[in-house]
Write a protein that binds this ligand. Structure first.
Ligand SMILES: CNc1nc2c(CC[C@H]3O[C@@H](OC)[C@@H]4OC(C)(C)O[C@@H]43)c3nc(N)[nH]c(=O)c3cc2[nH]1
Ligand SMILES: [Zn+2]
Length: 372
């Protein structure tokens, strides 16, 4: 087992199909990583997550350091053991969550001090502390501790933030404990400023990581600006390493980002939508609370092999959500994750068959066609 590496299998335009080799298994890419923020993919057993075909799940430094605490996770045998997930786990480094959870925080050159959004207790994160916590969690993929500026922001603010994140990337790398089959990803920053993105990529590739994430996007800039930023950023990254676009996205975002050379994704949308009665299908999304589903005996999707689609009907899901039954979010989260995994398999097969443009056109036509 060598240090973690990504191997290309096929390309189609800028899109790539490959395999990420890790200590916890080999994952086909492009891949969608279900978000398991506090050591659980909400409303899902890990058997259900496995049944959807997921390869890697996400955990998070911020949430797990607050509860149950990294030391307790380590004592429990690490996150894999606790979650009953033997596959790879990627943990985010916590900086983004401190910013996005709006926790009372003080940012300085060395790190960030914040009050827990749970009980107000005081905590500190630095590149070293975040990297040590991810080690204690036994994360397969460790993310650098970075600062993701909220948009809109002035180019000066974006530049200051990117430079800070690059200093923190060097310190994160210094603190990382290399292990066979484990890896650390650098996170490219620079907002939507081309020159800053180029400088950030150079800073990270000079340090050298097992993979590279594109951060600082999916923070309200909109799809067009996200795609144009990808158009000039992904080609600058080493073609031999995995590329992870953080926090993205809708099915349409995923397709467009794969076409622009991205290999890995995470997004709370399919799981959050599953809890709020929103179903993803090949024909767009459905609001299962809508009365039009009340007597519809069809499955959510005729193409889906999930429990909701093989054993139940739209009418049943409608009933469950109207009655606030716990089974509703369980079944619909399962369905949405199964849809996202099926979409990634469809896209991957098209790359391997050198047929992505035609398959992409078909996907987009179906999304626009509206419900069956
Ligand atoms: C939604 N848009 C979006 N998310 C982003 C993230 C966080 C990604 C993580 O936050 C959660 O999604 C909100 C997910 O659940 C956990 C498990 C917490 O991990 C995922 C980012 N993280 C870091 N370190 N740096 C970034 O520049 C960055 C940019 C993002 N843009
Ligand atoms: Zn289904």
């Amino acid at each position: 087992m060598s240090p973690m590496r990504w191997m290309t299998e096929a390309t189609c335009g800028n899109a790539r199909a490959g395999h990420l080799h890790t200590a916890h298994g080999i994952v086909p890419t492009p891949t969608f990583m279900p978000v398991g923020t506090a050591g659980t993919v909400k409303a899902m057993t890990m058997d259900a997550v496995r049944s959807t075909g997921a390869g890697i799940v996400l955990g998070n430094t911020y949430h797990l350091m607050l509860r149950p605490g990294a030391e307790r996770v380590r004592k429990m045998g690490g996150l894999h053991r606790m979650m009953d997930w033997s596959g790879p786990i990627l943990t985010d480094s916590g900086g983004f969550q401190v910013m996005s959870l709006g926790a009372l925080r003080k940012l300085d050159q060395d790190g960030v001090t914040f009050n827990s959004h749970i009980d107000g207790s005081k905590h500190r994160l630095t590149p070293e502390i975040s990297t040590d916590i991810q080690h204690a969690l036994d994360a397969t993929i460790t993310m650098c501790f970075d600062e993701c500026p909220a948009l809109p922001a002035t180019p000066e603010r974006i530049e200051q933030s990117m430079q800070l994140s690059m200093r923190w990337a060097a310190r994160s790398r210094e603190a990382f404990v290399p292990r066979l089959g484990y890896g650390q990803f650098g996170i490219v920053q620079g907002g939507t400023e081309r020159e800053l993105r180029e400088r950030s990529v150079r800073a990270l590739t000079d340090i050298g990581f097992e993979g590279y994430a594109i951060g600082g996007l999916a923070v309200g800039e909109g799809q067009e600006l996200m795609f144009s930023t990808l158009d000039y950023t992904t080609p600058l990254l080493p073609g031999t390493h995995a590329r992870y676009l953080m926090g993205v996205g809708t099915p349409d975002d995923l397709l467009g980002a794969v076409e622009r050379g991205v290999d890995m994704f995470d997004c709370v949308m399919p799981t959050r939508a599953g809890r709020t009665a929103r179903a993803y299908t090949e024909r767009g999304t459905l609001n299962m609370r809508n009365a039009r589903h009340a007597e519809d005996n069809r499955p959510i999707s005729p193409h889906c092999d999930c429990l909701a689609c093989t054993r139940h009907s739209r009418a049943y899901l409608h009933h469950l959500f109207r009655n606030n039954e716990i089974l509703g979010p369980m079944l619909l989260t399962w369905h949405n994750l199964a849809y996202y995994q099926r979409l990634m398999r469809t896209i991957r097969a098209a790359i391997v068959a050198s047929n992505l443009p035609a398959v992409a056109a078909g996907l987009r036509a179906d999304w626009a066609a509206g419900d069956w």
